[in-house]
Design a protein. Sequence first.
Length: 72
Amino acid sequence: MAKTLELQFGTEFGKTARISVENPKEPIDKVVVKNSMEKIIAADAFTTSSGKLSVVQSARVIDRNVTEYELV
């Protein structure tokens, strides 16, 4: 089972950009996540093909289960 915290930002051109963090610390503290996202925007740390990150949209945890089958 793999968990990923996906941070979703609005960009300056009205698109959505995502940053994924593998194996996030749980339980997720919504205040810390929002403050961290605001700091990422303020630091102007990332630029996308859709422009700079400009607004916090949402965050979500994606829980993925993978089952591998040996076919040999």
